[in-house]
Design a binder for this molecule. Structure first.
Ligand SMILES: Nc1ncnc2c1ncn2[C@@H]1O[C@H](COP(=O)(O)OP(=O)(O)OP(=O)(O)O)[C@@H](O)[C@H]1O
Ligand SMILES: [Mg+2]
Length: 239
């Protein structure tokens, strides 16, 4: 089981969208995927996956012994499950207790994505202690890239060395002068992919399927393959 934290110190850069789209793609290809909402108090993945009405438990309940770990996850699509965040923080939510409950899912899943909230506090810290790799997300602007570099630095300090960068919402009409190599240098992480700014990705939050041949879908497909260990070259036209 591979455990990947998706993080940035900044909000709205596309962390949850990434978890949903990549998770859906991997599950469509037969992998068993668990998306874990790390945003204590303001959870969102259940809405994104259209299962908000079916949520009963959350990972806080598993830590507190209020439910069995399997009853806390909800299957949104075939092979794609969500584990919601608790609504309040509790001092029992430590790195140790969180790692312990995540390890219970070892036999059930191929991939676990820990969808971090904006900021580098409790949700991010719990995720840092439980993952074996990290995807830092950024949009193509200096503020966001700085926020990604803060996340990268902090997670490396927590002992996670496998950190990759994803640049999201890229629009070549407006970002002609952006040099992605500079972003890679600032964040100090290898590139995992570039995702275009696209209406189709935006609409996917409301349950619309991202068309297979669209550039957005192709970007997620290439990223998913890289996550599975395939080595795909980065070409200027088709990253
Ligand atoms: N590539 C994209 N093209 C167009 N819209 C996008 C793209 N990626 C994300 N969005 C939109 O940007 C908004 C923020 O995305 P999302 O909620 O995934 O960000 P986040 O980083 O998880 O935010 P938060 O920090 O609040 O959890 C959403 O409306 C989403 O649909
Ligand atoms: Mg989010």
């Amino acid at each position: 089981m591979k455990i990947i934290t998706v993080a940035s110190a900044k909000g709205g850069v596309g962390k949850s969208t990434f978890c949903y789209a990549v998770g859906k793609m991997l599950s469509d290809h037969g992998k068993r995927v668990l998306l874990v909402d790390m945003d204590i108090g303001v959870r969102s993945l259940d809405i994104l996956l259209g299962v908000a009405e079916r949520i009963v438990y959350n990972w806080g309940d598993v830590i507190n012994g209020a439910c069995d770990y399997r009853s806390a996850v909800v299957e949104a699509y075939n092979n794609l499950f969500v584990l919601p965040a608790p609504l309040d923080f509790n001092e029992k939510y430590t790195s140790e207790s969180f790692c312990e409950i995540i390890s219970l899912y070892e036999k059930d899943f191929d991939f676990v994505f820990l969808d971090s909230p904006a900021g580098l506090e409790s949700g991010f810290e719990l995720a840092s202690g439980a993952c074996d790799s990290c995807v830092v997300m950024s949009t193509p602007d200096a503020i966001s890239i700085r926020a990604a570099s803060y996340a990268s630095e902090k997670i490396r300090k927590a002992g996670v060395s496998d950190v990759r960068l994803v640049v999201n919402k890229f629009d070549k009409r407006y970002h002609k002068r952006i040099n992605v190599d500079d972003f890679i240098d600032t964040v100090g992480a290898r590139l995992l992919g570039i995702i275009p700014d696209s209406q189709e990705i935006y609409a996917s939050v409301n349950g619309e399927k991202i068309p297979y041949t669209s550039k957005g879908n192709q970007a997620f497909l290439r990223i998913s393959k890289r996550i599975c260990g395939e080595s795909l070259p980065f070409r200027a036209k088709n990253l």
